[in-house]
Design a binder for this molecule. Structure first.
Ligand code: SAH
Ligand code: SF4
Ligand code: F3S
Length: 429
């Protein structure tokens, strides 16, 4: 088989990497990638449904693809959004120009589905339940040649009351440790400088008697690279993990520890299994162990029942922790989740709260950036444009700099100025 494929991905890093696997499968069958939908023989839309906006975007995009796709091209929609059976069936009925609809558990069988569709000409909608999975794919075609995503586990058992992920990604499954280590070593042999381990809750990695910290120790193998992981659940984040970040020669000094909210009653209603006090204690423990740690988080406003006082506690927590990076969301109702049935907050209040949160974080980011002026940071360079290099420091702050450097290398950079959250510097000779 030959021809061209075009993949469009929505959602998180997990989905980005799933698309790299789908690209690998299509490539191993002789397809090559193309940037334009209108040139593609196979078009894949890998979807997300974490918030309503993600779904709205997919639907809008499908409308455009309908007019762009060439005659005979096969259009496949897969991923989290279509793993919801009702959504898959709605798409099948309403979008006759979509040829194949798959979910998250069977999307890696995409080649077999294309073959069947081409042989029969019959449109396919096939959504599996979460108790079956297709095999791991070893032939991913990665988009980036500096950072590589590596899955260590799939699924989630936490059932935060707002979240759809456990319903569309199934229960936690950890990958065998040998398989992960072999993949990481293979990537380092190819020249990758950064590996990011992926899982909805990496702390619950558990396979063949080995836990997440065992895995991190094995991956601290004497080779020069930066190791990152996401996401860590605060309820499972331990002092041992903080110590491992301090002791490891490869782990990056940054931690994404999504707090979601700063009020205990909201955290309880979210089913997060920690209090603000416990969260703040963990932040203190990691700062004690790793003084230069860069922290980041996800925060949601407008969760059902969130009062003005609850929201002020969130603002207060954000001001106390001082995150380098904060991902801020307005709560979005997800059908089938417990929070969807709770009393909702009006849209205007949500809007007003997110604006206040964004303003608060903007000041924090600005001050953090200013505090780095005059410091030296180790930057992994990912891009060069018009003589300026761009990359991330070990604490995940974005840095642009000039001087003698190369993309894909670690460079010591002295920070000379800061504007908003952006740091500018020069290579240290
Ligand atoms: N497993 C990860 C990532 C989950 S999805 C974790 O637990 O952190 C990424 C983020 O999306 C979440 O941290 C949360 O802040 C946000 N999110 C999830 N469901 C949402 C919803 N219904 N509305 C708004 N934001 C949501
Ligand atoms: Fe969703 Fe919570 Fe699982 Fe994260 S831990 S994926 S927020 S249910
Ligand atoms: Fe990721 Fe969206 Fe699915 S955030 S796990 S692609 S619902």
């Amino acid at each position: 088989m030959n021809g061209k494929y075009h993949i469009h991905t929505y959602g998180c890093q997990m989905n980005v990497h799933e698309s790299e696997k789908i690209a690998g499968l299509l490539s191993s069958r002789g397809f090559s990638s193309c940037d334009e939908v209108s040139e593609a023989d196979v078009i894949v839309m890998n979807t997300c449904c974490v918030r309503e906006t993600a779904e709205t975007k997919v639907l809008g995009h499908l409308g455009r693809i309908k007019s762009q796709k060439k005659k005979g091209a096969v259009l496949i929609v897969c991923g989290c959004m279509t793993q919801q059976k009702a959504v898959a069936e709605m798409l099948f009925k309403r979008c006759p120009f979509v040829d194949i609809i798959l979910g998250t558990f069977n999307q890696r069988s995409v080649i077999e589905y294309i073959d069947t569709f081409l042989a029969t000409g019959k449109r396919i909608v096939d959504i599996w339940d979460g108790d079956r999975d297709t095999n791991e794919v070893s032939c991913a075609v990665r988009d980036d040649n500096i950072n590589a995503w590596v899955n260590i586990m799939y699924g989630c058992n936490n059932f935060c009351t707002y979240c759809i992920v456990p319903y569309v990604r199934g229960r936690e499954r950890s990958r065998p440790i040998d398989e992960i280590v072999a993949e990481v070593n293979g990537l380092l042999d190819k020249g990758y400088k950064q590996i990011t381990l992926l899982g909805q809750n990496v702390n619950s990695y558990d396979c063949g008697g080995k836990n997440f910290i065992d895995l991190l120790k094995i991956l601290d193998c004497g080779r020069e690279y930066r190791l990152k992981f996401m996401t860590s659940h605060p309820k499972d984040f331990s002092v041992e993990l903080a110590e491992e970040i301090a002791n490891s020669k490869v782990l990056s000094h940054n931690l994404h520890l999504p707090v979601q909210a700063g009020s205990n009653s909201v955290l309880k209603a979210m089913n997060r299994h920690y209090t603000r006090e416990q969260y703040l204690d963990k932040i203190k423990a990691v700062r004690d162990a790793v003084p230069d740690i860069g922290l980041s988080s996800d925060v949601m406003v407008g969760f059902p029942t969130e009062t003005e006082e609850d929201f002020i506690e969130t603002l207060d927590l954000v001001e106390k922790v001082k995150y380098n990076n904060l991902f801020m969301f307005i709560y979005s109702r997800r059908s089938g989740t417990p929070a969807d049935k709770m009393p909702q907050i009006d849209y205007k209040t949500k809007q007003e709260r997110i604006s206040r949160l964004i303003k608060t974080q903007f000041e924090i980011s600005k001050n953090i950036a200013l505090s780095f002026v005059g410091c030296e940071l180790t930057v992994l360079t990912s891009e060069q444009k018009n003589g300026v290099f761009y990359g991330k420091a070990q604490n995940e702050l974005a840095v642009s700099f000039t001087g003698e450097a190369a993309v894909g290398q670690f460079t010591k950079v002295k920070i000379t100025s800061a504007k908003n959250a952006n740091l500018t510097g020069e290579v240290v000779r």
